[in-house]
Write a new protein. Structure first.
Length: 335
């Protein structure tokens, strides 16, 4: 729900109401109807009112007092018997590292067959949070949640089949679940489905379908890894025949690598540096190459340090200084 400013008189009156409970909401910018709900919950024992007010505060508060009051309302909603409140309370316990309590609450909410609850149980059993790790049990919960429509569960289940963790490795099932999640606009699944089609893993190789899904991930969320993979497709000769290209296209590849690099994809940052050094799709420019290699190195790329040493030996101190200035301007744009 969109926030907007409300009248000063209303704000002052509400502040007086909350001072009695030691919660100051004067810094929050909620609509009048939302404040009315929060006020109604103050002395209410209605589980739905408490749940709605608590959920709103947790999702929308920018100050700790608002979050604390939201948590109090959720606690009261749980005690009043609201089924959905248990899952919210479980999330609260989980975020504070109280995994055993979170697991207990998620199990209490399990009978609701809420996909999020089942997915959360899958995560906790898979990762051993609040219990011993049991990846098979985690996958069972992922499957239940996936069948009820959880795209996160579909995505995690796909990786279990892809890597053979807790299940027999099966690329066909992995691709199936990646596709189910991708159809629900899960951009990470779109990317992985694109890679599956590109490499023919669990599906028939199709560069056209691969590029479709990568482009979908880019369209929905400017997905950095999808930009980078599109760069690979145009850059590397191995994809030329697979995709029906007459030749590699360094200029097109550079355009995709640069977009991914500006979205802080480390691999793409290295590739932009490599392109500038070698004049692949862009005129050779050691000043810019060094800057991008240093950005990649600072972000953890294992190959960038060698490239830095290599380009520096051909550069003057003046050019190295210019590269540092260029790097500062680029990092400002990235971050």
């Amino acid at each position: 729900m969109k926030k907007r400013s409300f009248a000063l008189l209303s704000s002052a009156a509400l502040l007086m109401s909350y001072q009695a409970h030691a919660y100051d909401l004067s810094w929050e910018d909620f609509e009048a109807e939302d404040m009315a709900l929060i006020t109604k919950a103050t002395n209410s024992n209605d589980p739905e009112v408490l749940f709605q007010a608590g959920s709103f505060l947790i999702d929308n508060s920018i100050m700790q007092d608002g979050l604390d009051l939201g948590h109090e309302y959720i606690e009261r909603a749980v005690k009043a018997g609201h089924d959905g409140a248990e899952a919210v309370k479980a999330d609260m316990e989980y975020s504070e590292g109280n995994y055993k309590k979170a697991l207990e609450l998620f199990h209490k909410a399990e009978a609701s067959q809420d996909p999020y609850v089942l997915y959360s149980l899958g995560v906790m059993y898979f990762d051993g949070e609040g219990t011993d790790a049991n990846v098979s049990k985690g996958n069972d919960y992922y499957l239940k949640a996936a069948k009820l429509g959880s795209d996160d569960a579909m995505y995690q289940l796909a990786f279990s089949y892809n890597d053979g963790v807790g299940v027999t490795q099966d690329y066909t099932k992995a691709a199936y679940w990646f596709e189910q999640a991708a159809n629900k606009q899960n951009v990470s699944a779109m990317y992985n489905l694109g890679v599956s089609y590109l490499n023919g893993e669990g599906v028939e190789t199709s560069c056209k379908k691969a590029m479709h899904w990568l482009e979908q991930a880019i369209e929905f969320d400017e997905h950095p890894r999808s930009f980078a993979k599109m760069g690979d497709i145009y850059y590397y000769p191995e994809y030329k025949q697979r995709c029906g290209f007459k030749t590699t296209d360094y200029a097109q590849a550079f355009a995709f690598f640069e977009k991914a690099a500006m979205l802080d994809n480390v691999y793409a940052q290295y590739m932009v540096g490599y392109a500038y050094r070698n004049g692949h799709g862009i005129p050779s420019d050691f000043v810019k190459a060094l800057a991008w290699f240093e950005i990649a190195d600072e972000n953890g790329d294992e190959d960038a340090a060698k490239e830095i040493r290599d380009v520096k030996q051909y550069m003057s101190e003046e050019h190295i200084a210019k590269s540092e200035q260029y790097k500062e301007s680029i990092t400002d744009e990235i971050w």
